[in-house]
Design a protein around this ligand. Structure first.
Ligand SMILES: [Zn+2]
Length: 286
């Protein structure tokens, strides 16, 4: 079996070297980070000039693809056109920064929450998201950073709870090679996909509706609440409703275990993520 690419969502404060140091501390082989402040202002420490050197170190050390997380404030399905404009402009800027890493040879994806339709209805929301992404891709022609739509728990008016909704967005994106999917294990269970009772059934549906080739990353989280709860409350690995049998299955899944796996679990102590990474690795057979 090949090795797992696994790590957590790390703080980017202090810049590229600080990120790498935090990843070494948890013994990771991939990681996530926000490319700018959570409220949307441009990062002063993630400098364009440092990006290529950062990529070179990751490649030297055999890192898997990074899964950068866009700030939560982006809403491509917002009612207010200014909010949509902001999301489009900021995502394009993020893509230009990450393109410097990818051009240096290190694979990096950009994960987004598709958006919340805020009462406009799912159909309108899904169309606005696809339209927004088309504008982002048009304004970043010549770069090939893939944007990953995250499977959502279905809290409030979130778009992207079902595989069908994600497929609808993907169908509306003109540059199909630049759009993929991240599955979040907590959100899937929360959103009504029975990963513990019918793992094969869920994976079959994922393949049929989205296509397993389009799934590029996994957010590996246990869930405090059960099937169909729409709560989006992550739990530490093994402490929630998914439990160890599920994670054992996941890290031994011949297809999914090859994807970068990102923990978004709570750090109960400074070594929580290091321990969870070691735990997941220990579940690998063979
Ligand atoms: Zn997320």
């Amino acid at each position: 079996m090949t090795k797992l690419f696994i790590g957590s969502h790390l703080s980017a404060s202090g810049g590229w070297n600080a990120l790498l140091k935090r990843s070494h501390d948890e013994d990771g082989t991939t990681f996530a980070f926000f490319p700018r402040s959570p409220y949307g202002s441009v990062s002063k420490s993630l400098t364009p000039s440092g990006a290529a050197g950062f990529a070179a170190r990751l490649m030297e050390e055999g890192y898997g693809p990074l899964v950068v997380h866009a700030p939560y404030v982006y809403n491509f399905a917002a009612k207010d056109p200014d909010k949509r404009e902001f999301a489009i402009r900021a995502l394009a800027e993020d893509i230009r920064l990450l393109a410097l890493i990818k051009e240096a040879g290190q694979e990096v994806y950009l994960n987004i929450h598709p958006g919340s339709h805020v009462g406009q209805g799912a159909e309108t929301g899904l169309r606005l998201i696809a339209d927004g992404l088309n504008q982002v891709f048009d304004s970043t022609d010549g770069t090939d950073i893939m944007v990953l739509l995250e499977t959502m728990a279905g809290k409030g008016t979130e778009c992207g709870r079902t595989f069908e909704e994600l497929a609808t967005i993907m169908d509306g994106v003109e540059q199909a090679a630049r759009i993929g999917v991240t599955i979040d294990t907590c959100h899937l269970l929360d959103g009504g996909y029975d990963l513990t009772g019918d793992y094969d059934g869920v994976m079959g549906e994922l393949d049929r509706v989205i296509g397993l080739d389009n799934v590029k990353a996994i957010h590996v989280n246990d869930s405090q609440f059960g099937l169909n709860s729409h709560k989006d409350r992550h739990a530490n690995i093994g402490d929630g409703q998914l439990g160890m049998p599920f994670f054992t299955r996941l890290v031994n899944d011949p297809v999914l275990s090859g994807l970068p796996m990102i923990l978004e679990t709570k750090e109960q102590t400074p070594s929580t993520h290091r321990e969870e990474i070691a735990l997941l690795r220990s579940l690998r057979r063979g």
